[in-house]
Design a protein around this ligand. Structure first.
Ligand code: GYE
Length: 349
């Protein structure tokens, strides 16, 4: 997929180069933690978005983060905060704690505050039409960060910056086909899904299924949502182990945190993660790499959370009236046990 989106990739590279250049001439910028309107002497909220006469003011970005459920999410938040500082963009940041309602409220406050650009990581795919229409009526451009939406009118957002989750699911499936190429079936698979209705969970599941379909003796027998968290991952895995009597060959976890939880459950059950049960997960956090070095996770499909620099560059380009591609996909890789030891020290999240 990355290869098929050459224009997007070229732009990502250009954006990254620009961001590095921008970082060189940044100055410190305090980012308010709360998006509610507050006195800000540096700009009048009633003035249009263009520069205030005679002075170059900072761009204001309202960002609605969906939560803090995983190491991936926390790395994503850090990346956005740091990149905003470096790019000298004023960031109004809101954490919606997994609630779509809270995200909609935060976006509405950004609109009232007359920010220059709104970006958000949509917790689930559906239900965004009305609030995005409000943003459009207010003339505020919107960027989707990390997750996708299902929407009848794609012109309601400018661009979507985030990974290709379908491709990640396919990569996980391809690893499994290769790993089990000499093993006669049946292969019993358990799947820990992420947040129900979220684009990474829907698309990773779909991509994985589309690949393993090639082997009719591979079957996803157990599958349930575990919210992308360690605790839920452990709880749902315990349940799978009880139901199956331990007869599970493979675990596909839609993220590393759930895989880590599942590892605890598997060990408590008396089985060896990575040996008795092959474990494939997505994200590529440092903790998952450490588990891979120990042989408890077999394969991690990388999903890059460090979207901050690309996002800030896109914000600036939109503000300057430039045109962006509808889709920007950051580069991502796949890591197996073979490479884990070499790579673990390089992980940034
Ligand atoms: O994989 C998971 C997180 O949306 C890509 O959300 C993101 C996913 C990520 O909680 O760890």
């Amino acid at each position: 997929m990355l290869g098929s989106n050459r224009t997007g990739m070229a732009l990502v590279h250009l954006l990254i180069v620009c961001c590095v250049l921008l970082a060189g001439c940044s100055r410190e910028a305090a980012a308010p933690a709360d998006p509610r309107p507050e006195a800000d002497e540096s700009r009048s909220p009633d003035l249009p978005s263009e520069a205030i006469a005679g002075e170059k003011r900072r761009i204001v970005l309202g960002f609605s983060q969906l939560g803090s459920e995983s190491d991936w999410r926390n790395a994503n938040t850090r990346s956005i905060r740091e990149a905003a500082k470096e790019a000298d963009i004023e960031l109004l940041f809101d954490n919606a704690e997994q609630s779509q309602e809270k995200q909609i409220e935060a976006i509405r406050r950004f609109i009232e505050r007359k920010v220059d650009v709104i970006a958000f990581a949509p917790v689930i795919e559906t239900g965004w039409e009305d609030i995005l229409t409000e943003a459009r009526q207010a003339g505020i451009p919107v960027i989707l960060s990390d997750r996708a939406v299902q929407i009848s009118d794609p012109s309601l957002y400018v661009t979507f910056i985030g990974a290709d989750f379908y491709e990640e699911g396919r990569k996980a499936g391809k690893y499994l086909l290769d790993k089990k190429r000499n093993d006669p079936g049946p292969v019993i698979i358990a799947e820990l899904q992420g947040t129900e209705g979220s684009s990474p969970s829907i698309e990773r599941g779909r991509g994985f299924r589309d690949i393993i379909r090639e082997r009719p003796d591979m079957n996803i027998v157990y599958s349930a949502p575990a919210d992308f968290t360690v605790e839920k991952g452990a709880e749902v895995m315990r349940q799978f182990l009880r139901e199956s009597g331990g007869e599970i060959d493979v675990l596909f976890a839609h993220n590393d945190d759930m895989a880590l939880g599942a590892i605890e459950a598997i060990e408590a059950y008396g089985l060896r993660p990575g040996k008795d049960i092959v474990i494939i997960s997505v994200d590529g956090t440092r903790k998952a790499f450490e588990m891979m070095v120990e042989g408890k996770i077999n394969c991690v499909v990388e999903c890059n959370p460090l979207l901050g620099p690309i996002l800030m560059q896109a914000v600036r380009e939109i503000y300057e009236g430039r045109t962006l591609p509808k889709r920007i996909v950051p580069p991502e890789s796949v890591f197996t046990e073979v490479l884990a030891e070499k790579e673990v020290a390089n992980r940034q999240y």
